[in-house]
Write a protein that binds this ligand. Structure first.
Ligand code: PGA
Length: 225
């Protein structure tokens, strides 16, 4: 199983350092699980210091769709790779809703992430109002991604993020089958209110891992035991 922690805009420098050191101690013998931390890009130096030479991976929560140029405030995917990042999240609903990211921008980002030898982790998922037509929502969010490889796709219903509400097993399975049909090359994850109390109820045979927000801020809750 793959456990991806999305720290969002959280953690202090000291808190992050303590987290990484304690994670390495807690799971150094793990063979079955792989852990990826998506930290704020300003922490990549720390990620590199703590994770280089280990089995842990790290990545970004967003990047720009070009490698360099006059784009004040943006993060270069090429530089992210140089700093050791191997994954970048794209299309998280917070970026779609709060920062107006369009489908075209998200697709362009996914292309440049792959060109830079990293794996895009695409978030897809319906809002509560779109619940009855979730299949169409997922299909449209996956348009153009069938030739992106490698690719991870996280099914993250918007209504489940940070709400404590989770879909039932049947709902997850039907979402995963829409995803697998549209992008068969992808590795599929589930995200939205995942924690150590509920993760077992979310498991199903197609599921290859979890995208974990709030619970990833604490080692005990992130390792999902
Ligand atoms: P949550 O966030 O686990 O806090 O619901 C998940 C996410 O937004 O990726």
């Amino acid at each position: 199983m793959i456990y991806v922690g999305n720290w969002k805009m959280n953690q202090s420098f000291e808190g992050a350092q303590k987290f990484l050191q304690s994670l390495k101690k807690r799971v150094s013998e793990e063979k079955q699980k792989s852990y990826i931390i998506l930290s704020p890009a300003v922490l990549f130096g720390l990620m590199k210091d703590e994770f280089s030479g280990t089995n842990f991976n790290w990545g970004g929560q967003n990047c720009f769709y070009k490698n360099e140029g006059p784009y004040t405030g943006e993060n270069s995917p090429q530089l992210m790779y140089e700093m050791g990042a191997r994954y970048v999240l794209v299309g998280h609903s917070e970026r779609r809703l709060l920062f107006g990211e369009t489908h075209e921008m998200i697709l362009e980002k996914a292309h440049i992430i792959v060109q830079n030898k990293m794996t895009p982790i695409l978030c897809v998922g319906e809002s509560l109002e779109q619940r009855s037509q979730f299949q169409n929502v997922l299909k449209s969010q996956l348009t153009g991604f069938s030739n992106i490889s490698p690719l991870m796709v996280a099914y993250e219903p918007v209504w489940a993020i940070g709400s404590g509400k989770i879909p039932n097993n049947l709902q997850i399975q039907s979402a995963l089958s829409v995803i697998k049909e549209a992008v068969p090359q992808s590795t599929v994850l589930y995200g939205g209110s995942v924690n150590s109390q509920v993760f077992r109820t979310l498991l199903c045979k197609e599921l290859e891992g979890f995208l974990i927000g709030k619970a990833s801020l604490n080692v005990d809750s992130f390792i999902l035991e």
